[in-house]
Design a protein around this ligand. Structure first.
Ligand code: TYM
Length: 325
């Protein structure tokens, strides 16, 4: 059985891109020896409010349970509860080069915004590689924006193995065919991300039904009026088609064939989103009312994760030449 691992940052609200690009696939894969991690250390690379990081970690963990991950079936835990993540990350920082890190698109984009650029933003992909390697992960289900980080992780695993002997499994990304990059509804040339950056263009997973309907109805399309799946010429319409296709497990071309007008398409996208998200939100509200239970589950998850992580870390530390304690 292929080992699966993936992670999600507790920064900002969970949005529909997280759900379609990643979380729903995690539910499908959870029977395949899977671990899912709330990567709180990654959230610190941005200017994060301590209370928000703490609360966000719990919220994201609750979100993972609410979408249907079963802690009896897979392992759900918080990254900082397993200290091997940062320990292995340092070993890998001494394997990666500055050039490789500074070429990462996400680093370039985020550091261009003119804010303070933290060291952690540069080394972020190394911590991500450590997350993956610690569990001998074979498959990493992620959205399209993580492809470049995954390529770097593969490169680092291979380099480490060649230099220090077989130590890490070389992981593969699993990216969905459609909705792997859900775009902002107000600017369909930009990926949907945190709602603070584009509140009207981002559908949060826990938005109320009327808010979802309004955001979808106002989605930017184009003036040619034909419902057709063409990511380059018609990014707004293509995005709506992909969202609907992903929700119904169809392909966007056959979805397009059913529609004459953008209005009908938008109505159905809104309805499908509301139908999918409403029960998830209800479950999330129930779970949030009982945070103690969620924390117990997370503690159990971290214990299981740590058993695996400590074995891999010890293997890597020994391979690279650290004296055993
Ligand atoms: P993060 O927290 O930004 O996003 C979590 C997952 O959601 C996907 N995603 C999207 N998919 C489609 N369309 C979108 N608009 C969209 N926005 C987000 C992401 O691709 C991701 O799969 N670096 C990672 C977290 C991470 C990780 C890891 C992932 C840390 N360590 C180890 C896998 C394995 C990140 O920032 O994801």
């Amino acid at each position: 059985m292929a080992r699966i691992f993936s992670g999600i940052k507790p920064s900002g609200q969970l949005q529909v891109g997280n759900y379609l690009g990643a979380m729903r696939n995690w539910v499908r894969e959870q029977n395949r020896d899977a671990l899912y991690c709330v990567v709180d250390l990654h959230a610190l690379t941005e200017d994060a409010d301590p209370a928000e990081v703490r609360h966000g970690s719990l919220e994201v963990a609750v979100g993972l349970l609410a979408v249907g991950l079963d802690p009896e079936v897979c392992t759900i835990f918080v990254q900082s509860h397993v200290p091997e993540h940062t320990r292995l990350s340092w070993l890998l920082e001494c394997v990666v080069t500055y050039g490789e890190l500074s070429r990462m698109t996400q680093f370039k984009d985020k550091s261009k915004r003119g804010d303070v650029v933290r060291g952690g933003l540069l080394t972020y992909p190394v911590l991500m590689a450590a997350d993956i390697f610690l569990y001998d992960t074979e498959v990493v289900p992620v959205g399209d924006d993580q492809r470049q980080h995954m390529e770097l992780a593969r490169l680092l695993a291979e380099r480490f193995n060649n230099r220090f002997g077989e130590t890490f499994v070389v992981p593969e990304a699993m990216v969905p065919t459609y909705a792997a990059r859900v775009m902002d509804l107000q600017d369909p040339t930009r990926k949907m991300s945190k709602s603070v950056l584009s509140p009207q263009g981002t559908v949060d997973m826990f938005d109320d039904a009327d808010v979802i309907a309004r955001k979808v109805r106002r989605a930017v399309t184009d003036t040619d009026g034909e419902v057709r799946w063409d990511r380059d010429a018609k990014p707004g319409v293509a995005n709506l088609l992909e969202i609907l296709a992903a929700l119904g497990d169809e392909d966007p071309k056959s979805v397009a064939a059913r529609y004459e007008t953008y209005g009908q398409l938008k109505d159905d996208v809104a309805t499908a989103l509301i139908e999918t998200l409403t029960p998830i939100k209800a479950r999330r509200d129930e779970l949030l009312a009982d945070p103690a239970t969620v924390r117990t589950l997370l503690a159990r998850g971290a214990e299981r994760a740590r058993e695996m992580a400590s074995v891999t870390y010890a293997r890597a530390a020994s391979a690279i030449g650290l004296l055993e304690p």
